[in-house]
Ligand binder design. Structure first.
Ligand code: R5P
Length: 294
């Protein structure tokens, strides 16, 4: 078994290689002066089982193209089983035709990846589990919420409650998973996103947060409006410290500021998208699941 470290996930690949005790395949890649991508395996991978690791954060199209080049080359050179770990799966929010005529881009991406006959597919906190059914290979989405909450707990927090800023099934499942593993309480707020304007309205629900420390958990921070709305409500309800943990941090320019201005105490993320706020690695999460399924 060899690890193929895609250009977007070098640090994570090293962590996974250490934990799995599997070497990283020697590769070479670069961009030509006109921007085109060049890729080369520098060792024989024929008949090898490989794990390709490539996150699809911005620039999404470049990272997707790099992935396709790697998969095509690996198949072409006779790799045996190809396992694919995409820590952040881009385009997952385009998971159905919400408005007539729209592209269902997450299905298109799955259809293309399928062509390379991958054996298994892993990702972290997929936006909607139904996307897994777009893949013919064994497909898994893994929760980062337990590790995110554990990071917050290291601060020695008081009478904690874990909250999802959204009442969608997947959002609730994420906080429920962490809460049940840690024997903590969880709850969620209601949310409505206007599909035309993008505006987000958050609805309060009955639960006690006064003087309790809160860990807010979501899959994505983009504009930051979902989290900022939730933090504002919790502040008004006199919560104690408010920790904001997210699997995939894709902040638009003022997102982080918006959430801090709403009253968050700390924002942190996993390393599916490397940044200075990546405090939690998803490497052990992937390795544990991979070993179980192999
Ligand atoms: C959407 O349903 C997701 O779970 C996130 O809540 C959403 O993508 C966050 O986006 P934003 O930061 O733009 O509110």
């Amino acid at each position: 078994m060899k690890i193929v470290s895609g250009p977007s996930s070098p640090a994570l690949s090293v962590n996974i290689s250490r934990l799995l005790n599997a070497p990283i395949a020697r590769i070479k890649y670069k961009r030509f002066p006109d921007g085109e991508f060049y890729f080369k395996f520098e060792e024989d991978i024929s008949d090898e089982d490989i794990i390709v690791i490539q996150s699809l954060y911005p620039p999404q199209e470049s990272h997707i193209f790099e992935l396709l080049v790697i998969l095509h080359t690996a198949r072409d050179l006779g790799a045996n089983n190809i396992h694919l770990f995409i820590p952040y799966l881009a385009y997952s929010r385009q998971d159905e035709r919400y408005l007539s005529g729209e592209a269902v881009t997450s299905r298109m991406l799955a259809d293309i990846i399928q062509q390379f006959d991958i054996t298994s597919f892993y990702t972290i906190d997929i936006h909607n589990k139904k996307i897994l059914s777009f893949y013919k290979a064994s497909a898994y989405t893994l929760f980062a919420s337990l590790e995110l909450v554990n990071y917050a707990l290291k601060h020695g927090i008081n009478d904690p409650i874990i909250i999802a800023p959204d009442d969608e099934e997947d959002a609730i499942e994420r906080v429920k998973y962490a809460a049940s593993n840690l024997s903590l309480e969880y709850n969620f707020l209601g949310k409505f996103r206007d599909r035309y304007t993008g505006e987000i309205t958050t609805f309060e629900r009955e639960f006690e947060v006064k003087e309790r420390d809160v860990v807010l958990i979501d899959d994505i921070i983009s504009t930051g409006k979902t989290m900022a709305n939730a933090v504002r409500i919790l502040r008004r309800r006199e919560a104690g410290k408010i920790y904001v943990g997210v699997s995939h941090l894709l902040p638009s320019p003022h997102a982080i500021q918006l959430i801090y201005e709403a009253g968050a105490d700390e924002i942190f993320a996993s390393d599916t998208i490397p940044s200075e706020l990546s405090k939690v690695s998803v490497a052990p999460i992937f390795v544990q699941s991979f070993k179980k399924n192999i």
